[in-house]
Design a protein around this ligand. Structure first.
Ligand SMILES: Cc1cc2nc3c(=O)[nH]c(=O)nc-3n(C[C@H](O)[C@H](O)[C@H](O)COP(=O)(O)OP(=O)(O)OC[C@H]3O[C@@H](n4cnc5c(N)ncnc54)[C@H](O)[C@@H]3O)c2cc1C
Length: 524
């Protein structure tokens, strides 16, 4: 289909075309994302009922003289148009399993074999609730759960459990994938392994994930949810690195993240407000003023427990806190259910939505910074580039162990045993001091320049990457670029999948021009 002109069809393609929606509402929704920075309109939005529909759509595309692009869209929670298909077809993954009169949830738990089979379109919050019915849980979580299995597995899926279990992509046994050739393939580390490792962290370039088999473990019931504050970066990073090395002994936290609070005014940023009381915030502001710190750092830890360990968890927590060098007295502990803890950003979403601060531009920048350069990064970014910057939003900073990542995958991390995830998760809230997207983008550009390895910088890698040029992508993949290009040629040779990532040029625009008025449409 080009410019609304049908150039060839058969019975099944007519069926497929009936699932393509070209109305204004459908295409408008698929033209923007959580970032609210870029916009691009597709020709249509495809609502598949079955994974085979996606395969048929791709084959229909390939049957055209110039194939149209196809972008699976999970929840569209990307920041820079990664799920767009300008002039092509966006696949609304949420339609899978929707049979009109009923919806099948496509989440099945195997208790004996401790895994869950989840459709690529499923939200992690639904995977969680389904697994918990069996007393089980996936091991690694992103901070926010209203995003899809396929969307996070196309990136990596990181969070506070990744230091001990690796990212979500390290916790997958098997996938069903529709490739850019329109083939439906089941793959695992043993079978069709090249496709398996390509797709995990593959930025949607090699296939559409329609099912993932995810490893489970017994679920804890409750969590000691802890934040400890630091006025200096040195003890903060030393303690974080100690904590991520302790897990094997069983005496550490089950979850470790960290935050950087810039400026002396401790605004109630996204995840802070559900945790700290007004009194806590006043104390923390006092700490910043008393110490003259440009930034206050928090380690956020979680210690899981259940009925068997309830009696000993406080003692274990006290022993652990004794070993750490936070500012004495600045320890904040909450007792939460496991679900309440994992779904914490879902509550923030509700707060931000009611304040009109959710659907605003999010020029987010996520980086992996090598451990050897993190203090330099802190000095140059938090005490330099961002010293007087917009405080609206959140800055995350926490370390991970590289040996938990599988180098056969295409997700990129720095070449050091430990690296830090740093998320500059800032919002441009209209009307406030942070309303200027261009200013935030200029600051992001300065941070990226500092990081640029080719220019002799810090040598970071972007997570949820965005590069405006082919050269940028080549640098991003470094020594893996050749492999990535080979995999693309093998699984999506016409480069139709997830064009919004901007890694491979999509097929050129159609030529020759559409038939003149009155000219018959060719059937094949
Ligand atoms: C509030 C918030 C908090 C977040 N916290 C974290 C976090 O803690 N850790 C973390 O790792 N990430 C986090 N993210 C980022 C998030 O993981 C990514 O943006 C992810 O891509 C979002 O999933 P989605 O379903 O919205 O994907 P989309 O934005 O819809 O798609 C992302 C990319 O994946 C492709 N894609 C989508 N579905 C499939 C599929 N089934 N098969 C193949 N390709 C597919 C798309 O074409 C696109 O290129 C957060 C995002 C938000 C908005």
């Amino acid at each position: 289909v080009h410019g609304g002109v049908l150039t060839s069809y058969d019975v099944s393609s007519l069926d497929i075309m009936s699932k393509i929606h070209t109305d204004h509402d459908a295409t408008t929704k698929a033209s923007s994302d959580f970032g609210h920075i870029v916009h691009a309109t597709p020709n249509g939005v495809f609502r598949p009922t079955f994974p085979a529909d996606i395969a048929a759509l791709i084959r229909l595309s390939l049957s055209q003289p110039t194939p149209f692009t196809v972008a699976p869209r999970g929840k569209g929670h990307s920041s820079r148009g990664q799920a767009f298909a300008p002039g092509g077809i966006v696949v609304d993954m949420s339609a899978l399993g929707d049979h009109g009169h009923h919806t099948s949830h496509r989440i099945d738990v195997s208790v004996d074999r401790m895994y869950v089979d989840a459709g690529g379109e499923q939200l992690w919050i639904d995977v969680l609730h389904t697994a918990l019915k069996h007393g089980l849980t996936p091991r690694v979580w992103t901070d926010y759960l209203r995003i899809t299995v396929g969307g996070t597995l196309s990136n990596a899926g990181i969070g506070g459990q990744a230091f001990r279990h690796g990212p979500q992509i390290s916790n997958v046994h098997e996938l069903d994938v529709v490739t850019g050739m329109g083939e439906m393939i089941t793959c695992s580390p043993e079978v069709n392994s090249a496709l398996f490792f390509a797709v995990l962290g593959g930025l949607g370039q090699f296939g559409v994930i329609t099912r993932a088999r995810i490893r489970l473990e017994p679920a804890p019931k409750r969590v000691k949810w802890v934040r400890i504050a630091y006025s200096d970066v040195h003890p903060f990073t030393t303690d974080q690195e100690l904590l991520i090395s302790k897990w094997a002994s069983g005496s550490g936290f089950d979850y470790v993240e960290g935050q950087v609070q810039l400026n002396r005014t401790l605004t109630q940023g996204r995840r802070s407000s559900s945790f700290f009381s007004a009194t806590d915030l006043a104390r923390l502001t006092g700490l910043a003023i008393d110490t003259g710190s440009v930034a206050i750092y928090y380690i956020e830890g979680a210690m899981y427990y259940d009925d068997n360990t309830a009696a000993s968890v406080d003692q274990k927590l006290d022993a652990l806190l004794e070993e750490l060098s936070f500012v004495r007295g600045f320890v904040f502990v909450r007792d939460a259910s496991y679900v309440e803890f994992l779904d914490r950003v879902g509550r923030e979403e509700q707060n931000l939505r009611s304040a009109g601060a959710w659907d605003v531009p999010h020029p987010w920048l996520n980086l992996f910074v090598p451990r050897s350069r993190i203090l330099h990064f802190d000095a140059a970014v938090f005490k330099g580039i961002l010293r007087n910057a917009n405080p609206v939003g959140l800055i995350l900073m926490y370390p991970m162990n590289k040996d938990m990542w599988d180098d056969r995958m295409t997700a990129m991390t720095p070449d050091e045993d430990v690296f830090y995830a740093v998320g500059l998760l800032r919002s441009a809230v209209a009307g406030g001091s942070g309303g200027d997207v261009e200013q935030l983008e200029r600051e992001n550009a300065a941070v990226l320049e500092l990081c640029d390895l080719a220019g002799g910088g810090i040598g970071c890698r972007q997570y949820l990457p965005h590069h405006a040029s082919r050269d940028g992508w080549r640098r991003h993949f470094g020594a893996k670029w050749g492999r990535v290009a080979d995999l693309k040629a093998r699984y999506d040779p016409r480069a139709i999948l997830s064009p919004g990532q901007g890694i491979f040029p999509p097929p050129p625009p159609p030529s020759p021009p559409p038939p003149a008025a009155g000219e018959p449409i060719t059937a094949s």
